[in-house]
Design a protein around this ligand. Structure first.
Ligand SMILES: Nc1ncnc2c1ncn2[C@@H]1O[C@H](COP(=O)(O)OP(=O)(O)OP(=O)(O)O)[C@@H](O)[C@H]1O
Length: 235
């Protein structure tokens, strides 16, 4: 009998994943039998002690690395089967990254930094400018478009980082400690922005954080301990 209310296929499917790094003759088991599904439109926080494998998991979901065993699918694409070249093209189309230390290019203005991911797409210069203007407006920084990162506060630089993360209209926004280098007030503003991107623009977000104040903004928090998911909580 068919299910009367079929579940939608999750946007992110991490199934029975194992990740082992090799350092010299040593095998480092980082993720073990890890399964995580994220539906489209969800805001998930990923917490756990230092070294528990959070960034490793984020990198697998973002196609920056491949699992040793198991499968990773995003938006129906099996990432563990793609070549490096295919993965790079896939990432450019589907993933926006936001980093703890912003990773902005100091020699480029805010608008040029935001434009960077678009240089990997076939968009024309005029189309790129339009997308950049939209992304900067979404983070409330249109008035700082021609300013350099060094002239901006940490919170403003992270807004530019988020604008760069969303400028391609990615399927998934992956944030690694996005408030980790900010004070409480600036961090709260970044969390407000991520919440608005999720609620008002339907962005699916996976955010690694150490901060319970940040994870409280997510609809669901998953905890990693020594490479295994140990608990989940709905906010
Ligand atoms: N490329 C690599 N080669 C070897 N070991 C690695 C590599 N990347 C990560 N590791 C190891 O995997 C483990 C998990 O690292 P990971 O960065 O995923 O943890 P984390 O939970 O994100 O930690 P933190 O909160 O400190 O950022 C660590 O022991 C780390 O040293």
């Amino acid at each position: 009998m068919s299910d009367p209310t079929p579940q939608k296929e999750p946007l992110v499917r991490v199934d029975a994943v194992e990740k082992i790094f090799h350092r010299g003759s040593e095998d480092i088991h980082v993720l073990s039998d890890l399964t995580l599904h994220v539906p489209a439109g969800e805001f998930v926080a990923l917490m756990g002690p230092s070294g528990s494998g959070k960034s490793t998991l984020l990198n697998l979901i973002g196609g920056l690395d491949r699992p040793t065993k198991g499968s990773v699918s995003v938006a129906g694409d099996r990432l563990d089967n793609l070549s490096d070249r295919q993965l790079a093209a896939w990432r450019a189309r589907h993933i926006g990254f936001v980093f703890q230390l912003y990773n902005l290019m100091p020699v480029l203005t805010a608008e040029r930094n935001v434009e960077l991911p678009l240089l990997l797409t076939p968009l024309t210069k005029v189309q790129r400018q339009k997308h950049v203007a939209t992304a900067l407006a979404m983070v409330g920084l249109s008035h700082r478009a021609t300013h350099y990162p060094r002239t901006m506060s940490g919170g403003e630089q992270q807004r530019v980082g988020i604008a760069r993360g969303i400028v391609t209209d990615p399927t998934l926004l992956l944030c690694d400690e996005p408030t980790g280098d900010l004070d409480r007030k600036a961090g709260d503003e970044i969390l407000d922005l991520l919440t608005a991107l999720n609620r008002e623009h339907g962005k699916t977000i996976v955010m690694v954080t150490h901060d319970p104040h940040a994870s409280a903004r997510a609809a669901r928090t998953v905890h990693l301990t020594k490479g295994r998911l140990t608990s989940e909580a709905q906010s």
